[in-house]
Design a binder for this molecule. Structure first.
Ligand code: HEC
Length: 107
């Protein structure tokens, strides 16, 4: 192998690894970033949904499923000795989750 072909191989390897690094990083970011983080609704959600587990991504469920899920979390709060969410708090959390929910699949 000549000096030139070694240099060439090195460049090819460098190109390939840097490309694949970039794409995996951008996929991770799109999974981990919560939408609309500046909003009041997000702040309520982050405060009220982080005591027991990591707050879920809003696109995990459809709007309809969020209603029953948040009602179930209200029960968990009572069981865990935490104060119930007030109606307004619950409305804000639901507005955040449902506003960024997974789209309902049309039949
Ligand atoms: C008092 C503790 C507690 C708080 C606060 C809490 N959760 Fe949970 N959460 C749980 C427990 C326990 C489970 C597992 C059992 C279950 O799914 O009901 C769970 C599971 C979940 C799951 C996974 C199951 C599913 O249906 O996808 C989601 C999503 C979720 N919680 C969303 C929320 C949201 C949204 C909030 C804020 C309104 C919240 N949680 C606040 C205790 C809590």
């Amino acid at each position: 192998m000549t000096k030139n072909s070694v240099a060439c191989l090195f460049l090819i390897v460098l190109c390939c690894t840097s490309c694949s690094d970039d794409s995996s990083r951008s996929v991770q970011q799109s999974i981990l970033i919560y939408p609309d983080q500046e909003s009041e609704n997000f702040k309520q959600f982050a405060k009220l949904c982080s005591s027991c587990h990591r707050p879920p991504m809003p696109n995990k469920h459809t709007a309809r499923l969020w209603l029953s899920t948040v009602n179930r979390m209200q029960l968990h709060r009572a069981q865990g000795g935490l104060a119930k969410m007030t109606d307004i708090e619950k409305q804000r959390v639901l507005a955040y989750l449902q506003g960024h929910a997974q789209q309902e699949v049309q039949p």
